[in-house]
Design a protein around this ligand. Structure first.
Ligand code: GAP
Length: 466
């Protein structure tokens, strides 16, 4: 499905509706940096919350951490990033454009066809200065991954959280890479957010845990609505492994430009803890109380990008349907990810409807992120909510004033049910939690028809008639 989604259409929707804007746009933009608008920030928060809930709060064997972006410069020597975190790059001798060496065919610049230089290694870490003196001794790096903040805190967390192996430390935070080739919207950027787990295990149990994390992480995307056929696992060959990895799989997604990495799951062995023990002189062994052994644990690392996940969720959710003479554009986002969960729509701006509509809005917004919209026709307002992925719209009409009932309309099917006001928030909570739309609350009814059909031609049934 996603193969038919046109990236330009998605980028335009994201800008038009306030999901994602080009960074510093009024100055002509800063390439490979993006700003998340009112809806984008909600989407991103929902992705991070879903990850934190299922990876930290619903598990007994993972705890959280929030380490600083700036770290002691020795960290990056020990981790291998100062020497090894580099891509081969070439320069065009004619137009001076810089390229990743893998993007070059026949030694020619892809832009102007000019001859390019021999490849040179280019370190991807951003440098800055710590304190008032701008010299070599004051050089620090913006972290290129959150993982090292976890490794250097291994002993702190193990001592204070009183955890036994196997256990993991999870962290969400910004990372920075001075990528040579960027592009494809938020797929590869120079500033991005990561959701990383370093899962520490006893050597010998590592293969089993590697398999566990491959399954666990693959299924996380499916549970949040990504279609199975748009995901696959790709195993890195030995010559493509990162300097720290013994084995690595990518979870790949079928983006509009083709298959691309969504998340990496690496077997890091004891590389990082052993390196930090050596460079810091601190003992980072684990004492196993059951066997009396001391050893450096092995690490399995599921490492996901928040921005890339956001792109995959948006691409997978984007849909277009014929709608009379027009096209209905909708985001079929999982309710947990949708930026707005409910929209309150009075049928018209007629004054008699407004007090009730305002009351419903005040009640519902206590429980869910809710929008109130009374501008333009009801049809247009439904379409506006479809386009931003709002799962449910609640309509207040003139009959509501008599029977104290309101209509809930579902985004994906456009079906409608009628529920008593007293049942509204409970009904919405159940539907957002996955209850089938046709299940009616006490006293509820549904229209035998869909949005767009004349109410007179629809039969209203209560649960007993079916
Ligand atoms: N600690 C392991 C690590 O950093 P990685 O495969 O380099 O592994 C993990 O990065 C994830 O971070 C990727 O799968 C991707 O989702 C995201 N990511 C990496 N570089 C990115 C970039 N330049 N822009 C956006 N996301 C990026």
């Amino acid at each position: 499905m996603s193969a038919i989604v046109d990236m330009d259409k998605l980028v335009s929707l994201c800008k038009r509706r306030g999901f994602i804007f080009q960074s510093s746009e009024i100055y002509g933009g800063l390439s490979a940096c993006w700003d998340y608008g009112p809806l984008g920030v909600e989407l991103k928060r929902n992705i991070k919350e879903a990850w934190w809930r299922s990876m930290v709060q619903e598990r007994d064997d993972i705890v959280g951490l929030d380490s600083s972006i700036l770290m002691h410069p020795k960290t990056w020597v020990a981790s291998g990033h100062v020497d090894g975190f580099a891509d081969p790059m070439v320069d065009c001798k004619v137009c001076r454009q810089r390229w990743r060496a893998d993007d070059i065919k026949d030694g020619k610049c892809p832009d102007c066809g000019g001859e390019v230089t021999e490849p040179r290694m280019f370190n991807l870490m951003f440098k800055t200065f710590f304190g008032p003196v701008e010299d070599e001794a004051a050089t620090v790096y913006l972290r290129p991954e959150t993982a090292q903040g976890i490794f250097v805190n291994f002993a702190n967390v193990m001592g204070t959280a009183r955890k036994k192996l196997p256990f993991g430390i999870a962290q969400i935070g910004k990372a920075f890479r001075n990528e040579i080739t960027t592009g494809n919207f938020i797929f590869r950027t120079r500033e991005f957010e990561m959701m990383e787990i370093e899962f520490f295990v006893k050597p010998g149990t590592d293969e089993e845990w590697f398999k566990h994390w491959l399954d666990e992480r693959f299924n996380w995307y499916i549970k949040l609505g990504i279609r199975r056929e748009n995901l696959r696992l790709y195993q890195h060959t030995d010559d493509k492994l990162a300097h720290y990895a013994r084995a690595c799989y990518d979870i790949e997604y079928l983006f509009p430009m083709g298959w691309g990495e969504l998340e990496g799951i690496a077997h890091r062995g004891d590389f990082d803890l052993a390196q930090h023990a050596q460079f810091s002189g601190k003992d980072l062994n684990y004492f196993d109380p059951d066997s009396g052994e001391r050893f450096i644990p092995y690490v399995i690392e599921p490492s996901a990008g928040v921005d890339r996940s956001a792109l995959a969720f948006l691409v997978d959710a984007y849909d277009e349907e014929p709608d009379k003479d027009e096209v209905r554009v909708l985001l079929r986002l999982h309710p947990d990810l949708a930026p707005v969960k409910v929209a309150i729509l009075p049928l018209s701006r007629n004054e008699t409807l407004l007090p009730m509509a305002r009351d419903v809005y005040a009640e519902v917004r206590k429980c869910f992120v809710t929008q109130y919209d009374d501008a333009q026709s009801i049809g247009r307002r439904y379409r506006r909510q479809d386009e931003i992925g709002t799962p449910y719209c609640v309509t207040i009409d003139f009959q509501s004033l008599d029977d104290n009932q309101v209509t809930i309309r579902e985004r994906d099917s456009m079906k409608q049910i009628r529920v008593p006001m007293a049942e509204l928030t409970t009904a919405l909570e159940k539907k957002l939690g996955g209850e089938p739309f046709e299940v009616l609350p006490a006293g509820g009814k549904y229209w035998l028809g869909f949005e767009g059909e004349e109410r007179e031609n629809s039969r209203m049934l209560d649960g007993k008639d079916n």
